[in-house]
Design a protein around this ligand. Structure first.
Ligand code: 13P
Length: 250
């Protein structure tokens, strides 16, 4: 049995005051929960503040993005190695918002995945199809390409000490999550793709579902064999709602 992981992706939301309030509430509300791994991904600017607020907490820290480069003349960018100075454990790579709005193709995403691993952090590879791709029956093709770009760059054992998040683009922020059965089908496909490279890494790999996860639908999603937790957007900004999602994974 894989240990569940519930992560909050705060996206471009927050202020010093809201970070302090949300993390104080989450610290209090998640006391005593020790069967689920929990992480939050604040905007990069608040990672230092979050590190201090989470100093005595079981809640881990994640980052939403990094650059492919480790250092140099890359104005505005952030390197994976820098995150290691702030107790960051996870880094999201290939979120659909970055793929779509920042033109990150599979190759760039694979390079980011590699950079995260080289820094000794845990990459969370986000994969998922658009509404059109889904209607055209291309879901497996798209996700297969997204996974294989990483395998091509980082090898058979790419997914050792990594996480995959299946986030159908049509489900993100739409209020319409994938059904548990549909999510399970894709998660099973992802695990099979990884198993074809390495059975051991496939067996250990946490595959999270993301896209309109709420307290009300979390338990049904988590009851599926290959759904090992969630990557939560909007609902992770509300301490009660996020805590109830975490509790659904206990
Ligand atoms: P929502 O939970 O707001 O749909 O966002 C999901 C997501 O994109 C998490 O990375």
């Amino acid at each position: 049995m894989r240990r569940p992981l519930v992560m909050g992706n705060w996206k471009l939301n927050g202020s010093k005051a809201s970070v302090e309030k949300l993390l104080a509430e989450l610290n209090a509300a998640t006391q005593g929960i020790n069967t689920v791994d929990i992480a939050v991904c604040p905007p990069a600017l608040y990672i230092g503040q979050a590190e201090q607020l989470l100093a005595n907490s079981a809640i881990a820290l994640g980052a939403q993005n990094i650059d492919v480069n480790r250092q140099g003349a890359f104005t505005g960018e952030l390197a994976a190695d820098m995150l290691t100075e702030f107790s960051v454990k996870y880094v999201l790579v290939g979120h659909s918002e970055r793929r779509a709005m920042h033109h990150e193709n599979d190759d760039v995403v694979a390079r980011k995945f590699e950079a995260v691993k080289e820094a000794g952090l845990v990459p969370v590879l986000c994969v998922g199809e658009t509404q059109t791709e889904r209607h055209n029956g291309e879901t497996k093709d798209v996700i297969g390409h997204q996974l294989h770009a990483v395998i091509k760059r980082c090898g058979r054992n790419s997914f050792d000490n990594a996480v995959v998040a299946y986030e159908p683009v049509w489900a993100i922020g739409s209020g319409q999550a994938a059904s548990p059965v549909d999510a399970q089908k894709v998660h099973e496909f992802i695990r099979a793709q990884v198993a074809a490279q390495s059975k051991d890494s496939a067996a250990a790999l946490p595959i999270l579902y993301g896209g309109s996860v709420k307290a009300a639908n979390a338990k049904a999603l988590f009851s599926m064999d290959d759904v090992d937790g969630a990557l939560v957007g909007g609902a992770s900004l509300d301490a009660d709602e996020f805590t109830n999602i975490i509790k659904a994974a206990c």
